[in-house]
Design a protein around this ligand. Structure first.
Ligand SMILES: CC(C)(COP(=O)(O)OP(=O)(O)OC[C@H]1O[C@@H](n2cnc3c(N)ncnc32)[C@H](O)[C@@H]1OP(=O)(O)O)[C@@H](O)C(=O)NCCC(=O)NCCS
Length: 159
């Protein structure tokens, strides 16, 4: 399976919507994403990423055979944290468990450290999100701690 990351293209909208229109994914992300997640939502996101200041965000499609199957981004923080950036990612459920996200995390971190002044990239998965924690571990991240009582997810999905 040939996976990679590349810049978003407007024509990825249908694939992005198909991937993200899934409660098993949304349950592990922050609040604010619509459900159902439509092609129009995906078009807005891709447009925003393509027009955002290049030095503040590094946003890519995760691809398999050049088809967008997920999303990964590194977003610069502000003020005294301007050389720190937060990473987020997800891939479509049919592609889980093939090492694709671990590969994408390695790729984006290599790209950002080589092409920016960012010194630190972090991620904050929910503690229950074993797969995401494992991705970070495999990609070489260090566990610095478990934040307690730090967030309240108001949109909860269950099956
Ligand atoms: C988290 C997510 C991105 C992982 O993507 P992926 O491409 O399947 O990840 P990888 O295949 O690179 O690695 C997953 C690892 O987690 C492990 N894993 C998956 N589910 C697990 C579970 N319930 N318990 C223990 N380990 C688990 C896999 O076995 C694999 O580890 P291994 O290679 O040692 O066997 C994907 O599941 C996803 O999109 N989830 C929903 C959105 C999300 O959680 N995003 C991250 C928010 S911080």
């Amino acid at each position: 399976m040939k996976c990679s990351i590349r810049l978003w293209r407007p024509e990825d909208a249908a694939d992005l919507a198909a991937a993200l229109n899934n409660r098993n994914i949304l349950a592990n992300l922050r609040d604010g994403l619509p459900y159902p997640y439509t092609k129009s939502d995906a078009e807005s996101y891709i447009g925003a990423m393509l027009s955002a200041p290049a030095e503040n965000q590094y946003s890519f499609a995760i691809t398999v055979e050049d088809k967008a199957v997920g999303s990964i981004g590194v977003f610069r923080k502000e003020n005294i944290h301007f050389r720190t950036a937060e990473m987020g990612y997800y891939i479509a459920e049919p592609y889980w468990g093939n090492g694709i996200t671990t590969h994408a995390v390695r790729q984006i971190c290599g790209y950002v450290f080589e092409n920016s002044d960012i010194l630190r990239i972090f991620a904050e998965p929910f503690a229950r999100n074993t797969a995401s924690c494992r991705v970070l571990e495999k990609a070489g991240f260090s566990l610095e701690g478990t934040l307690r009582k730090t967030r309240s997810k108001t949109v909860t999905f269950w099956i």
